[in-house]
Write a protein that binds this ligand. Structure first.
Ligand code: ZN
Length: 356
């Protein structure tokens, strides 16, 4: 039976390229520096399927957060498969753009961040904006999130996190996590010191890929936040005025505005950058975010993997354990999770292609 989930970045990439070619689309491979664990090339692949001179374009991107590409790639592959089988179609005047593995290094090496430990969804700053700073009160949780030692089974992170939340309030931990920081290159949620190669590629290529379409709807696939196998369409500040539009096209209960009422809204978000630079198009963006496990388990997995990456010996068993824990938190092995989450994602993508 066809299973769109792939076991590695290299396998996912090969299958994506094959499926895109079969859909008679245009396929571009943008090779980046470095290689995967099996020596494979790292690239962002872009498939264009549908109208040559589109009125509207639907963009579906995966793997901005590397390891989340296991799920995002499966959604893209599943959609291409449906198209091939005639179970979905593309209306006239519509172009579908699939961006596969925006952070191929993270996907290949099973990290959320890129080769410079950068969270790419905090890396899209404008010229002249400074890659510096931390959220207010960040230093109350920095040491808790980033111990400079290999992971240990004895550090009781969850208890200490609960204690930190009691002491400083949930918002301090949330801000540190959601807002990103630009001062600690080995820390979690580091936004970088300059625009990363993937960032520049999206910034330079996006409007060419959408071929001048007047209407652009962009769904960026993520995992790790929310209820198990369920999803939300997270709408960030530049698009929050337009909630009615999203609610009329998608399940209104799952369309949620985020970041608007927090004083330190996340900087460097991809969708916000594209919104600011959408000169000729009406551009709408949503994070299509699927839940896996509870927030403390996911945070603990991110923390353990980041520690192992920076402070374990290569090949150490603790590193392997931390990596497996991270993959499980961003793409659970459970068949039930995969079936439900994939089915729901394909429904949302189908809705966007039909009436987005
Ligand atoms: Zn993500």
């Amino acid at each position: 039976m066809f299973d769109p989930f792939s076991r590695s970045y290299a396998a996912a990439r090969e299958r994506f390229r094959e499926a895109a070619r079969a859909a008679a689309g245009v396929l571009q491979g943008h090779t980046l520096a470095g290689h995967g664990p099996d020596g494979c090339e790292l690239a962002v692949d872009v498939a264009l399927v549908g109208a040559r001179n589109p009125r509207r374009a639907i963009v579906v991107s995966s793997g901005l957060h590397g390891v989340e590409g296991y799920f995002g790639s499966a959604v893209q592959l599943g959609w291409l498969r449906r198209l091939r089988e005639g179970a979905s179609s593309i209306p006239g005047g519509t172009l579908v753009v699939l961006l596969h593995a925006v952070n191929p290094f993270g996907f290949a090496w099973q990290r959320r961040a890129n080769e410079h430990n950068v969270d790419l969804n905090r890396n899209f700053l404008d010229d002249g904006e400074s890659y510096g700073g931390v959220p207010e009160h960040y230093y109350r949780v920095h040491d808790l999130l980033n111990p400079p030692t290999p992971p240990s089974r004895l550090d009781a992170f969850r208890l200490r996190a609960v204690w930190a939340v009691r002491r400083h309030g949930l918002s301090v931990l949330q801000d540190a996590v959601a807002t990103g920081q630009y001062e600690h290159p080995r820390g979690l949620f580091f936004g970088g010191r300059e625009a990363a190669a993937s960032t520049r590629l999206v910034q330079e290529g996006f409007w060419e890929w959408t071929r001048g379409a007047e209407q652009v709807v962009h769904l960026d696939l993520h995992t790790g936040l929310g209820l198990y196998a369920d999803y939300r369409l997270l709408i960030e500040p530049p698009h929050a005025h337009d909630l009615g539009w999203y609610r009329s096209r998608f399940d209104p209960e799952r369309v949620v505005a985020v970041g608007g009422d927090t004083p330190y809204a996340a900087r460097g978000v991809m969708g916000a950058w594209l919104a600011r630079h959408a000169a000729r198009s009406a551009y709408r963006f949503a994070c299509l975010e699927f839940g896996t496990y509870g927030p403390l388990r996911v945070l603990a997995a991110l923390r353990a993997e980041n520690r192992a990456h920076h402070h374990s010996m290569p090949g150490a068993s603790a590193h392997g354990r931390a990596r497996r824990g991270l993959v499980e938190c961003f793409c659970p092995a459970s068949r039930l999770w995969r079936r439900k989450a994939l089915g729901r994602a394909l429904e949302v993508v189908g809705q966007a292609v039909r009436d987005g």
